[in-house]
Every structure is written in C-alpha cells, then in structure tokens.
Ligand binder design. Structure first.
Ligand code: CA
Length: 231
C-alpha cells in the first residue's frame, strides 16, 4: 500500500520541490496551501504523515496541528513541522502543540526522508492493532516491546513469547504440554519443567508492578493468565 504524505505549505516552489522529492522516494503526495484546504483534504483521505509549515496564512501550522490533536480520528497522524531559519525558538511550541518532529528550512531532502521513515516506523509500531493489552501491560507486536505502567520493561525472548501467548489467550487453562506446543513449537524438545522455569521468570518480571498473580497456577492442570489480579 502506498504511503500518503500531505504537504501543507503556502509557498508554492517549496511545496513543489517537496512533492518532487517525496514522489521520487515512492510516496503518494497531496498538497495544501493553507489550513482550511488541509482540513478538507484530511477529511476526504487521511494521510499517513503530514509535513506542516509553521508559517501559514490565517490559521498557523501550530494551530492546525493543535486542532488535529484534539480530534479523535486524526490525533495519531504523524506530523513533521517545518520552520524557517530564525524560527527555531518555536520548536518547543511546535512540539508542545503535538508535532512529532521538526526540521528547519531550507530542508535537506536526505534528512527529511530519513526522518519520515523513522517517524512512520515509530507510529506504525504503536498503532492500536499491533498492541496487546491487559490491565497495565502493553505488548507491541511490531517492536517486541513490553511496557507496564507506561514503563518499558526488558523481556527475554521466551518470556516475551509466553506473555504474548497469554495476552492472546487469556482466562483459559493450558497444560505444560500445551504451552510447549503452542509457545515453544512442537518441533522443539524441551522438558515440561522448563515451562515452570519460564513461568517463574515471567512472574518475577511482573512482580514489581504487583501483577504477578495474573499468571495463575491451576493445580493439576497447568497455568492460566487472568486479567483479574489477586486469586
Ligand atoms: Ca510559509
């Protein structure tokens, strides 16, 4: 699927230069010369990323970004703000308004393309459908990152896969043999008590956040991951 970038810039030569560079890099490009035109374009086709010039006639780029961030549907669109030389002081304001990144003009194309790629990677990594969630745990399938209480927690490969499996299959009891098949894979020979070792490690990772009891031992049956802490 082609990635759509919306350029919002009132100076036509700059807009055309950016369009040329982005299209060459394989992006589909839309252009708007002011905030009103941008808003109507966004409502028709949501861009994957926006380049927003700081100085626009009437509604400024900062105010445009600010209003987008208040919108439920458009608040996640990644934004790179462009500022003219000498407007660097506005950087903080731009980022506070909700821009994800910022570059000063004249824009170095190579750097801009690198920043676009980085931002797209970041925003895709955190899009909702790539995140599994239970209580205070958030697991990002794209980036393999786990956050608890908003803090990033380092998980080793096996504990990560175990947690991912549990988040995908909560409130059900799995025997050690089933977990070996489903998490480790049938082709791998591992002793059943290996499961216990990794369950223990998983609980240890959850313990500082008071949620280790989400991983429950079901006597004579196996393990269950439950949203309800404390049984
Ligand atoms: Ca401008």
């Amino acid at each position: 699927m082609t990635t759509r970038v919306l350029i919002i810039e009132d100076e036509k030569p700059i807009r055309e230069m950016l369009r040329f560079a982005l299209e060459r890099a394989g992006y589909a490009v839309d252009e708007a010369g002011d905030a009103a035109a941008a808003t109507s374009l966004i409502s028709r086709q949501r861009p994957d990323l926006m380049l927003v010039d700081w100085m626009l006639p009437e509604v400024s780029g900062v105010n445009l970004v600010r209003s987008l961030r208040r919108s439920e549907i458009n608040r996640d669109i990644p934004v790179i703000m462009l500022t003219a030389r000498g407007e660097e002081g506005g950087r903080v304001t731009g980022l506070e308004a909700g821009a994800d990144d910022y570059m000063s003009k004249p824009v170095a194309i190579k750097e801009l393309l690198a920043r676009i790629r980085a931002l797209l990677r970041r925003s895709r990594g955190f899009s909702k459908n790539e995140t599994l969630q239970a209580g205070t745990i958030r697991l990002n399938i794209a980036t393999h990152q786990v956050a608890i209480d908003g803090k990033s927690v380092h998980f080793r490969q096996t504990e990560y896969r175990l947690l991912k499996f549990f988040l995908q299959h909560p409130e059900r009891v799995y025997s050690r043999g089933q977990l070996l098949d489903l998490v480790w894979g049938e082709t791998v020979y591992v002793e059943e008590r290996t499961v216990d070792v990794h369950i223990l490690r998983l609980r240890k990772l959850l313990k500082p956040y008071g949620i280790d009891s989400m991983v429950q031992t079901v006597r004579g049956a196996g393990y269950r991951f439950s949203q309800s802490v404390g049984s």
